[in-house]
Design a binder for this molecule. Structure first.
Ligand code: MN
Length: 207
């Protein structure tokens, strides 16, 4: 953890070969030109299907892998395993990561927008393990919370990453509809995951 803080994006870079993968290298943390804080979810068919939930903070994308994806139902808590910070540029990525590479498989930009923390001191919320925020996405909106349930023991084993729960708060955007089923397409290209696999041209949004 301390090492990762000293070297922003070090873990992200060490896991990837940018000669092979089309994922953005994103050399260093940078401010989002738009001023608002970026929010994205990428649907990622790797060895296991999951949804990568990312929130811009301090020039990088804080990232969580959510095996079952987000739910609009406040009674459903979705496990969110924190993973390495990603560069801001990753928020525009959609395409295929070659077989055998880290995270090899297909990435779809499933939702995108901005987020607003309830408390301005996000670092304190993260430290406390309770981050309340609202999302202004194309699919997900309204009030949410991430609650940490387990600290990570080591950066070496994925199973030892900090674990959180992503929970929808009750508001007018709460619903028992399954948004993963009802809105399966990319917000960038309108393609389904299978269509990205078939035509693996690299697409990326401007940020
Ligand atoms: Mn992933």
């Amino acid at each position: 953890m301390t090492k990762r803080k000293a070297e922003p994006l070090g873990e992200y870079h060490s896991k990837r070969d940018f000669q092979v993968t089309a994922e953005p290298k994103g050399a260093r943390p940078r401010a989002n030109a738009a001023g608002d804080l970026l929010y994205v979810i990428q649907k990622h068919q790797a060895s296991h299907l999951h949804y990568d939930f990312r929130l811009e903070w301090r020039g990088v994308l804080l990232s969580w892998a959510i095996p079952k994806g987000p739910s609009l139902d406040p009674s459903l808590k979705r496990l969110a395993a924190q993973v390495e910070d990603h560069p801001l540029e990753y928020g525009g990525f959609e395409g295929v990561i070659p077989e055998g590479e880290y995270g090899g498989g297909t990435v779809m930009l499933w939702d995108r927008g901005t987020w607003t923390p309830d408390e301005p001191d996000v670092d304190a919320s993260l430290k406390k393990g309770e981050l309340k925020f609202s999302l202004q996405g194309e699919k997900l909106r309204g009030s949410w919370v991430l609650v940490r349930t387990k600290f990570g023991q080591s950066d070496k084993r994925p199973s030892d990453k900090p674990q959180w729960l992503l929970i929808k708060h009750r508001d007018r955007y709460a619903s028992t509809d399954d948004i993963l089923v009802e809105q399966p397409r990319s917000v960038l290209s309108k393609r389904l995951l299978e269509e990205i696999v078939v035509k693996p041209q690299k697409t990326s949004a401007r940020l």
